[in-house]
Design a protein around this ligand. Structure first.
Ligand code: ATP
Ligand code: MG
Length: 180
């Protein structure tokens, strides 16, 4: 399993639809300061369900929508699609390629899709829960994050270890069952 491509439409500085294709192995994104490298990483976190504006380096969630520049009007929505190569069947779904889409409008409304079908964020979380990627998985290690883990309170560090051990998924299912 590997990330195949990422398409951004109206997400942060990416006003025009932009697709980045990734090959298996290591990908480096290079460019001048302010050219949008971190925005690409934010887009991956966002499409996987990130709910915190701060984690996306904004003040409010609306900040992910292209805000306009001197020559270009603001847009009304942001959309990101992440396509994952699933030819090894690592994701429990009958497709060799899985596309996850998240869309958000200035009204605050948002939606998610798996391979073009509307779904809940929970469906995406469940699909990815054993794969090692996903919103709460520590696959995106930002600057300063490592320090945070090293200096965390014992209970926070425990949550980190539980996640790495794959316990988190079962706790989420338990919480969901208890809510019913
Ligand atoms: P550095 O090398 O300094 O880390 P970077 O390549 O990571 O830079 P980013 O932080 O990804 O750069 O991009 C910052 C740019 O994105 C800024 O110019 C900022 O104005 C622009 N930007 C962020 N959010 C939006 C938005 N909602 N609408 C338009 N532009 C935005
Ligand atoms: Mg950056």
């Amino acid at each position: 399993m590997h990330l195949k491509s990422l398409t951004l439409k109206g997400f942060k500085s990416f006003a025009s639809p932009t697709t980045l294709r990734f090959e298996p192995g290591i990908t480096c994104v290079v460019g001048p300061n302010g050219s949008g490298k971190s925005n690409v990483v934010d887009a991956i976190a966002w499409v996987l369900g990130e709910q915190g504006a701060k984690a996306l380096r904004g003040g409010k969630m609306e900040d992910v929508i292209f805000a306009g520049t001197t020559g270009r009007a603001p847009l009304g929505r942001a959309e990101v699609t992440l396509t994952i190569d699933n030819s090894d069947g690592a994701l429990p779904i009958d497709y060799t390629e899985v596309s996850i889409t998240r869309r958000m409008f200035r009204t605050g409304e948002g939606e998610y899709e798996i391979n073009g079908d509307r779904c809940r964020l929970l469906d995406i979380q469940e699909l990815l829960s054993d794969s090692g990627i996903g919103r709460e998985m520590h696959v995106l290690v930002g600057q300063g994050r490592l320090d945070g883990i090293l200096h965390a309170k014992p209970e926070d560090r425990r949550a980190f270890i539980e996640e790495a051990a794959g316990v988190l998924k079962h706790r989420k299912r338990k919480e969901k069952a208890l809510r019913k």
